[in-house]
Design a protein around this ligand. Structure first.
Ligand SMILES: [Mn+2]
Length: 480
């Protein structure tokens, strides 16, 4: 009886970290849980061996972690479900269609409130579950747990970030290793290789992450791909994950396809390529994700305002990367009618860049301060070392050298490098102020927020802010 009570009601309160001084900054974000969710609570007896996604949701909301063995079990279970699915899924409405999530767990939870309970709502996710945000592990594990519970009504397709190359360049690999280890990372990558790649809704709407390809003649071409690999850098498989509609109001693109310079791979497709494809396959429209939108969605009305849009972009990560200030949106597709629902972002717990802990983060400042104090005591205003005791002075000099050496990786005595390092630490500290994001080369390959915004006044209007964030972020969109 007692065991049951602890299990059902009190485990969260019992396991939550205390806040003895009551100085938690984000009062509305509950203190984290300090123990991993027990196997018994994650796989309760009354769930037929399936993970309780409800327990998982509450646990993740409180920043709780999982045991490695349970993560592996969930990955194994979902992978065998994915493996049995076709490259091209077939769905009938009603269905809720969701765009990019990018590790924004707290926004995804809000999305579920609007999109409907997965118990009685059919879902289609268009990929890009991970990277950029800092809760990709939680996003993917929660989605996998729901998929295991509702394999016939909850569907996911692959995005261009569900691969080794992107998750290494961006932050999901770092997150996996921080929260678990490289074995978990490898297993998640293997599960990504199993995710289906496309879906026909009502046999009239093709849903993909990126878009169409010059090599996509008919939708049957999709069924012939070997999807169980790391996606290549060119060709049909690459294009459906990477391509974009040309960004002009009328979609005109005289050459049909244009090299996609922004992405560094794949193509832009225009009105003609799209209309030909739709006609050839007797389709109405292509529904895709892949691009942030100020409103969370975009109707590409290339054939005039009275016609059904040839392409629809849906993006479900509001205030993308904490800076775009965009809305998130989903499509509620019912009776061949599209109903767009928008939502704003949620607050989320803060993490230091690259999941650094606060002690590691503060050591350089402590060292700098301590050396400052010693320097003031032991040096003349001209910088000469005061020799009170020869042994003591020698020790101080050694200590100073050792610290410099450690900081600059053996480049002994190079004061210029020391200055650079100190500047870097300074920039790192500034970089985490909520109002400015200032990163330099040192985080370029890892930071999800690889954007430089120097002047707050530049960001006054919402549209300007979005456009600027996007322009500055453009280089991140490239495949390397
Ligand atoms: Mn994408």
């Amino acid at each position: 009886m007692l065991k049951k009570l602890i299990k059902k009601k009190n485990y969260i309160n019992m396991d939550q970290l205390s806040d003895p001084l009551g100085d938690r900054v984000m009062k509305d974000v509950k203190p984290p849980i300090h123990r991993p969710l027990s196997h018994e609570l994650l796989f309760p007896e009354d769930c037929n061996g399936k993970p309780s996604y409800k327990a998982l949701k509450v646990h993740f909301q409180r920043e709780g972690r999982l045991n490695k063995a349970d993560v592996i079990q969930i990955i194994d279970m979902v992978s065998s479900i994915f493996r049995a699915e076709e490259n091209l899924l077939f769905l009938q409405d009603p269905v809720t269609i969701v765009g990019d999530i990018h590790g924004q767990l707290y926004d995804m939870l809000k999305m579920f409130e609007i999109g409907g309970n997965p118990e009685n709502t059919k879902y289609l996710f268009l990929g890009d579950y991970v990277d950029r945000g800092i809760f990709s592990m939680e996003v993917i594990m929660l989605l996998y747990a729901i998929k295991i519970n509702f394999p016939q009504t909850f569907y996911m397709i692959r995005g261009n970030h569900e691969c080794r190359q992107m998750t290494t360049y961006f932050n999901f690999r770092t997150e996996c290793i921080y929260k678990f280890d490289s074995e978990i990372y490898d297993r998640i990558m293997e599960s990504f290789d199993c995710i289906p790649i496309s879906c026909l809704v009502n046999r009239k709407f093709l849903a993909l992450h990126g878009g169409i390809s010059p090599e996509l003649r008919t939708v049957e071409d999709l069924t012939r791909l070997n999807r169980f690999i790391e996606p290549p850098k060119q060709g049909l498989y690459c294009d459906i994950l990477w391509s974009d509609p040309v960004d002009t109001p009328d979609g005109r693109l005289p050459e049909g396809w244009r090299k996609n310079e922004v992405r560094g791979c794949s193509f832009y497709f225009g009105m003609d390529a799209m209309n030909n494809f739709l006609r050839r396959n007797d389709l109405i429209s292509v529904i895709r994700a892949h691009e942030a939108q100020p409103d969370g969605f975009k109707m590409h009305r290339w054939n005039g305002n009275n016609e059904f849009p040839a392409v629809i972009t849906i993006f479900s990560a509001p205030n993308y990367c904490d800076v775009y200030n965009n809305k998130g949106a989903i499509i509620k597709f019912d009776n061949n009618t599209l109903n767009i629902q928008q939502y704003n972002y949620n607050q989320h717990p803060y993490m230091l860049p690259n999941f650094m802990d606060v002690f590691t983060w503060s050591i350089p400042f402590i060292i700098a301060k301590v050396m400052d104090i010693f320097s003031t005591i032991l040096r003349t205003p001209q910088g000469e070392l005061i020799v009170i005791d020869e042994k003591l002075s020698k020790r101080f000099q050694e200590l100073e050298d050792a610290i410099w050496e450690q900081k600059i990786g053996g480049n002994r005595g190079n004061k210029k490098s020391v200055e650079q390092i100190m500047k870097l630490f300074q920039a790192l500290r500034e970089g985490i102020q909520p109002s400015t994001i200032e990163t330099g080369n040192y985080t370029q390959s890892k930071s999800p927020l690889n954007i430089q915004i120097r002047d707050k006044s530049e960001l006054e209007s919402t549209i300007e802010m979005f456009a600027q964030a996007r322009a500055l972020d453009m280089r991140n969109e490239r495949q390397l």
